[in-house]
Design a protein around this ligand. Structure first.
Ligand SMILES: C[S@@+](CC[C@H](N)C(=O)[O-])C[C@H]1O[C@@H](n2cnc3c(N)ncnc32)[C@H](O)[C@@H]1O
Length: 271
């Protein structure tokens, strides 16, 4: 089966796990995703309505521009993808402008430019919330026109909100299905793991998420959570009332390229 690809590169994106996740998503009237990221699940899960949220304001602002302006905005974004703009000097200049501009349309177009020209598509910010991923040195960065068009079409059935996961989960109603893809727990104490917007995601938040999933399931709203399979995540989700399924996945982003191998993932199903 062929899937629709997201237009953004996104660390932790679930494109490669779609078969597994889709098998686990019950049918429902609306898909709620508190951690939407690149939208790989939303684009392919086959729901008619979607509530899609993330705490990264730059990501949600970009989605609003794609949704509201369609091909005009896509053309504007494409104008940044030129051979002259694919060099270190221009990249760091655009990164600086991204971090200082108050023009939201320009900022959103730059977010897509940075995503496709930066190192490994990493979306990394410093403690002052300034985007700081280095230049990626790609020969010819791909402009995702086809993927943007597909996202625009799919966005007609979606509402995008900038919200933390608890606020999104509070909005879930009977008939909804909730898919949660939080930032991964580290595989070990010393593991260097992907940084998302501002400060990562603590173990306390992983616990709160599991508790909320248990609460929603009790109200008859099914919730699925993805994460690394570790002793801690297995225990956490089982204690909160889930059944779990584990499987091996080839990892594509690692801080240390020699560590690119297979890791165990799990899906926790609360229903
Ligand atoms: C693993 S990624 C989701 C990937 C997504 N499923 C995909 O296929 O692209 C986790 C997402 O959670 C977001 N995030 C981090 N902390 C959050 C929070 N407290 N509430 C909501 N979203 C959060 C990050 O910005 C990131 O986009």
């Amino acid at each position: 089966m062929s899937f629709t690809k997201p237009f953004l590169k996104w660390p932790g994106g679930k494109f490669k796990l779609l078969d597994r996740i889709r098998n686990r998503l019950d049918s429902g009237s609306r898909l709620v995703e508190p951690f939407v990221g690149s939208g790989a699940v939303f684009l392919n899960a086959g729901f008619k309505k979607h509530l899609l949220a993330d705490t990264n304001p730059d990501l949600i602002s970009l989605y609003h521009h794609v949704q509201n302006k369609g091909s005009d905005f896509a053309e504007y974004c494409q104008s940044f993808f030129t051979p002259e703009n694919n060099c270190e000097k221009r990249y760091y200049n655009f990164r600086k402008q991204f971090n200082s501009t108050s023009d939201l349309k320009y900022k959103s177009a730059l977010f897509l430019y940075l995503n496709r020209h930066c190192y490994n598509g990493l979306c990394r910010y410093n403690s002052k919330n300034k985007f700081n991923t280095p230049f990626g040195r790609y020969k010819n960065p791909y402009f995702p026109k086809k993927e943007l068009d597909a996202f625009y079409e799919a966005s007609k059935s979606a509402k995008f909100i900038h919200a933390s996961f608890i606020d999104t989960m509070k909005k879930a109603r009977k008939g909804d299905v909730v898919y949660c893809d939080p930032p991964y727990v580290p595989l070990s104490e010393t593991a260097c793991f992907t940084h998302y917007f501002s400060g990562g995601f603590s173990w306390k938040e992983q616990i709160e998420l599991a508790e909320w999933a248990g609460k929603l399931a009790k109200k008859g709203i099914p919730v699925i959570i993805s994460n690394h399979n570790t002793h801690n995540t297995q225990a956490l989700y089982k204690d909160a009332g889930a059944t779990t399924e584990r499987f091996l996945v080839r990892r594509t982003i690692s801080c240390n390229t020699s560590n690119r191998g297979k890791v165990e993932e799990l899906l926790a199903v609360f229903q």
